[in-house]
Design a protein around this ligand. Structure first.
Ligand code: TXA
Ligand code: MG
Length: 364
């Protein structure tokens, strides 16, 4: 299949180009498009054949459900069986934006889109191009991240092109995304609201609107089995994550990736030693660190400043691009400092731990 690539400036949206993209969606085709979080791979959410095409193009396991993207809150009532008042309060506070809610579904969204589940994930994005595509197509758009399954989510149009060129009908290049991590997912389909995937809308922000919110215990386990260094690709600490997609190995670069924790001096010593070993073994090494530590890493082939101390949003915006870059640059051993796990840092560490297969070393 030939993939057409168009460029749309989000500040001056060309409606005739958007109309072409909308027509592809209406005809059951696939269009990759920018959102404020990551690029999505869109198809008509109510068309089972179109949803199947998404799974094929990505090589995605068919039990891993898609998120339905809408452009108006009223659309929630068309596809959800029940809309609890906590959900309405969250829409008011965080939509449009990087929050996905899970609700019980009615018959309108087919099981092909929800991976066989009786619940549906719904998000109203804020990115003008994403909103224009939903509007121009006249459809609700099912869209996972527009990467090949297992690879880091795309934060630039070129990432989508690398993974999906020839497998989809169209790519809308709308420039680099703003946030760089996928949306926060909150499950409201059962009694207790629960975060299934941390993101920019933090636990604290959600709690501020609807009271105490818990993180899926299987993800909490992420933080507790660190030192064992076990590969937890299937099952995390004996618990199964509630979002099917969170159980798969994801984001992992081809080289090994270790997160190193401890006092800064100890971390720097340890990583420098490891990078020297890499040189001795004639393999390439890279270090991911906070900006101010850049000059201490003297033995690595690449040193990647990930943002100022405490600026987790900057680290988030860079992370997936950096992970892809590690493969392009043929890096064999990657060492990352640990970033704080407060606020947005919770999402950053969740993705970094996944990419590292939970290999965390304590230096000291
Ligand atoms: O920011 C985002 O959410 C991006 C952009 C494109 O909107 N989309 C995205 O989609 O990250 P995807 O498919 O890569 O991740 C969706 C996650 C998966 O882990 C999936 O298992 C989970 O949401 N999910 C979807 N529907 C669900 C449901 N009904 N119950 C539980 N988890 C669900
Ligand atoms: Mg994804």
């Amino acid at each position: 299949m030939k993939t057409s690539r168009i460029t749309i400036n989000k500040d001056y949206i060309d409606r005739s180009l958007m109309a072409q993209a909308g027509e592809i969606i209406r005809n059951g085709g696939l269009v990759a498009f920018p959102t404020e979080t990551v690029y999505g791979l869109g198809a008509d959410a109510e068309n089972p054949e179109a949803s199947k095409k998404i799974y094929e193009a990505k090589g995605r396991p068919s039990d891993n459900p898609l998120i339905v993207h809408i452009c108006d809150t009223s659309q929630v009532y068309e596809i959800a069986k029940e809309v609890p008042s906590v959900a309405e309060r969250l829409f008011g506070a965080f939509w449009p934006g990087p929050m996905t809610v899970i609700l019980k579904k009615n018959d309108r969204i087919p099981y092909e889109t929800t991976g066989g589940l009786d619940t549906v994930a719904i998000r109203m994005p804020s990115h003008p191009v994403a909103r224009a595509l939903i509007k121009e197509s006249g459809r609700m758009i099912a869209a996972p991240s527009a990467n090949a399954s297992g690879r880091p989510s795309p934060t630039r149009a070129d990432h989508v092109w690398e993974d999906l060129e020839g497998r989809i009908d169209m790519l809308i290049d709308g420039g680099d995304v703003d946030l760089g991590l996928e949306s926060t997912i909150i499950d409201l389909s059962e009694g207790e609201p629960m975060i299934l995937r941390p993101g920019f809308i933090t636990r604290q922000m959600l709690s501020g609107i609807i009271g105490e919110v818990h993180l899926d215990p299987a993800l909490e386990a992420d933080y507790h089995i660190e030192e064992s260094g076990e590969d937890s690709s299937e099952e995390i600490g004996g618990l199964h994550p509630k979002a099917p997609g969170m159980k798969y190995r994801h984001y992992a670069p081809r080289g090994s990736l270790e997160i190193v924790e401890g006092q800064p001096e100890d971390v720097i010593d340890y990583i420098n030693k490891k990078c020297q070993e890499a040189t001795d073994d004639s393999v390439r090494s890279a270090v991911l660190c906070i900006n101010t530590h850049y000059s201490y890493y003297i033995n690595a082939d690449e040193v990647i400043p990930m943002g100022e101390y405490g600026d987790e949003a900057a680290t988030a915006a860079r992370l997936f691009d950096v992970l892809r870059r590690m493969d392009e640059d043929c890096i064999d051993r990657i060492y990352s400092e640990s970033f704080t796990s407060e606020g947005v840092g919770e999402a950053v560490m969740n993705r970094l731990l996944k990419a590292a297969g939970h290999k965390v070393i304590f230096a000291g």
